[in-house]
Design a protein around this ligand. Structure first.
Ligand SMILES: [Zn+2]
Length: 247
């Protein structure tokens, strides 16, 4: 049987807008986008509701043989139906989340990455294949982005794709299937952890090795954040890491 470990930690003093869920042969994580101050989302729910509802939608479907993009599209559609009666799903600021999914199916590993969560495939003896969706990093004009720019490019061709009110976004995720026999395991991270590589000089090999002890990896994130501060944005972010090893 595969073995799954994970840890998730809120940014100190805040509610955790990340969410992680796993079954015997799969793991999925979500990172809810913090609502910008003053923006009306048209939704009576918060992003914590969104990530939990998406997670339950994935859990309900992931054990079938459907492609992960279809599983996620169905979870987005099911989530929409849960609040279509109370909320304005046409609002472009409706709550949104990233997603990363991995599922072992026989001797095959399916994976999917949507927006700025990431996956690392660990090869025996070292070496990592990193799966990252960098479209949010490449919006026109570069960072910092205005609320208007993000709104205009969310779930639009030429922009970036997230789980929110557009099931078709799942079809724009980075997804694939590989031979699990050629891997030691798979690591999943939200961007609260990948800042170790993006900001603090750790290699992806080190990140994926560290995912085998996800609590320790997140503790390292907090130590570096306190010692070195942020490169941009928040000093601390919600941080989630998961590791699934194969039999
Ligand atoms: Zn809502």
């Amino acid at each position: 049987m595969p073995h799954v470990r994970y840890a998730t930690a809120a940014a100190p003093g805040r509610a955790n807008e990340d969410y992680v869920i796993a079954g015997p042969s799969w793991v999925a994580l979500f990172d809810g986008a913090t609502a910008p101050p003053g923006v009306r989302s048209g939704c009576v729910h918060d992003v914590r509701w969104l990530v939990r509802t998406l997670a339950s939608g994935v859990a309900a479907r992931v054990d079938g043989g459907e492609p992960l993009a279809d599983v996620l599209a169905d979870a987005i559609a099911a989530t929409m139906s849960r609040h279509a009666g109370t909320c304005d799903l046409a609002n472009p600021d409706s709550p949104s989340a990233t997603a990363a999914l991995a599922r072992l199916r026989g001797d095959r590993l399916d994976y999917l990455v949507l927006c700025d969560s990431a996956i690392g495939l660990a090869h025996p003896g070292g070496g990592v294949t990193v799966v990252r969706d960098e479209r949010l990093d490449r919006l026109p004009g570069g960072r910092p982005y205005s609320v208007e720019l993000v709104r205009s490019l969310r779930n639009r061709p030429g922009g970036f794709w997230v789980a929110s009110t557009c099931p078709a976004a799942a079809g724009r995720a980075l997804a694939g299937t590989v031979d699990a026999a050629g891997l030691e395991g798979v690591a999943l991270f939200t961007d609260g952890v990948t800042r170790l590589a993006d900001w603090y000089g750790r290699t992806w090999d080190e990140l994926v090795a560290g995912a085998r002890d996800p609590e320790a990896l997140i503790a390292e994130v907090r130590r570096r954040e306190r010692a070195l501060g942020p490169v941009r944005g928040k000093q601390h972010d919600d941080a989630t890491a998961a590791w699934m090893s194969f039999p």
